[in-house]
Design a protein around this ligand. Structure first.
Ligand SMILES: *Cc1c(COP(=O)(O)O)cnc(C)c1O
Length: 414
């Protein structure tokens, strides 16, 4: 590549960064020196506010307030309060989102409750290429309720739904965790509704980066992860959305005391609470919620449409850099706007390519069988970072660094 072309690319990075200055929240995050972090889709980076909120929850609230903190620091109502913050990011009304359990458990609650809202229907659709827990949970619910699980790609979901009368629920991910493909939430939901079925969406890879629009897309149920782009910290609680019109009929498959109308009445009879509170189960993970609540302050003052535009600009610019730098690995992520906030590439030695990148300070991850997966968290990455990462990838490929024996050894978590 000529010096002129190199300079042009660097200038373009700086120009794009100035265009997207209003959504730059780099200063809100703590990242190690010399690291370009392209794994915010797996474990979002730590923010100053998340760290401080955690320290405060431990030291002052737990340490000093002790049991009084349930009231004085409003621990008891944190699942709904933090749910409201997430609702505003995913285009849902307040009072429709609660946090507290893992994504897996939240999905179980959503799929189970949704299927029971259509007792005359026998089929649940899900994507065979979903993140495995989504397929496992959906299969488990079908086994328990005597339903049939049908594995249908989201690509074919509208056609499968059209004219059918057997589908209770279409349960899909908004963004494919491996390829980064963004599916049409509104179109699949509409096709489901046309035939009397419901739609449940997994927002693990879209919450915090895509202007999801749950109300606009008429989604019935949704779940999503707290520790990915939302940066809530390792094992952060997930969230569950129930559309307001379903709340009165929503039956929590795990009847716990936190979902009770009067938990401290200590009654053996279960009376579900009104509203989204009935989706709660047991005592919330207070420290995890505190970290998540702190992390979500990074979105204050931001419009999700602007965040989405920044995200598309970062991923689009990465592809532009790869093209300009002559890195010709197959890109499995759509080049048009039908993508989340990641770029996935194929390479026969994908695992070793990722290890070689990590050795250079560019942290991404590997997904079976041959995917180099690079996530671009819009709040703390710049276009200059993107260009630097693309150059490192070029050097890893051109210099065959991935072939070094030290990059072949696999750890437990890839
Ligand atoms: C990350 C992810 C999960 C994780 O579920 P946990 O219960 O947090 O382990 C589930 N589904 C999808 C689509 C994911 O991307």
């Amino acid at each position: 590549m000529s010096d002129n072309a190199q300079t042009a690319l660097a200038q373009r990075a700086r120009h794009l960064d100035s265009e997207h200055l209003a959504t730059d929240r780099r200063d809100a995050f703590v990242l190690p020196e010399g690291v370009i972090y392209l794994d915010g889709n797996s474990l979002g980076a730590m923010s100053v506010a998340a760290r401080d909120a955690t320290a405060d929850a431990v030291t002052r609230q737990w340490g000093q307030q002790l049991i009084r903190a349930w009231n004085e620091s409003a621990w008891w109502t944190a699942p709904e309060r933090v749910g409201d913050r997430i609702a505003s990011l995913v285009g849902a009304p307040s009072g429709s989102v609660v946090v507290g359990d893992s994504t897996t458990i939240s999905l179980f609650k959503a799929v189970h409750a949704a299927a029971r809202l259509r007792p005359d229907r026998r089929v649940v659709l899900t994507d065979p290429d979903s993140f495995p827990t989504d397929v496992h949970v959906t299969r488990g619910v079908c086994d328990q309720l005597g339903l049939t699980l049908e594995l249908v790609s989201p690509r074919d979901a509208v056609a499968r739904l059209e004219g059918s009368n057997d589908v209770a629920l279409a349960a899909y991910s908004h963004v494919d965790y491996r390829t980064g493909e963004l599916w049409d939430l509104a179109a699949i939901t509409e096709a489901a509704h046309q035939v009397g079925a419901l739609a449940c969406w997994d927002l693990c890879h879209s919450a915090g980066v895509v202007d999801v629009g749950l109300t606009e897309g008429a989604a019935d149920f949704a779940v999503g992860c707290g520790y990915k782009y939302l940066s809530g910290g390792p094992g952060a609680p997930a969230f569950l959305f129930v559309a307001p019109q379903h709340l009165a009929e929503f039956t929590n498959p795990i009847l716990g005391w936190n979902g009770h109308a009067a938990p401290f009445a200590m009654s053996p009879d279960h009376v579900p609470a009104d509203g989204i509170t009935r989706a709660r189960v047991g005592t919330p993970p207070v420290l995890g919620i505190a970290a998540l609540e702190g992390a979500l302050t990074a979105y204050e003052g931001l419009d999700m449409g602007d965040v989405r535009r920044r995200s598309l600009s970062l991923t689009g610019f990465f592809v532009e850099c790869l093209d300009a730098l002559g890195v010709d690995l197959p890109i499995v992520t759509p080049r048009d706007d039908r993508r989340g906030s990641q770029v996935s590439l194929r390479h026969p030695a994908a695992y070793a390519v990722v290890q070689a990148l990590i050795a250079r300070g560019v942290i991404g991850d590997f997904r079976e069988p041959d995917i180099v997966r690079l996530g671009f968290a819009p709040l703390y990455l710049s276009h200059e970072d993107v260009l630097t990462a693309a150059r490192h990838l070029r050097d890893v490929i051109d210099g065959a660094e991935f072939a070094r024996p030290e990059h072949a050894a696999r750890a437990a978590v890839t």
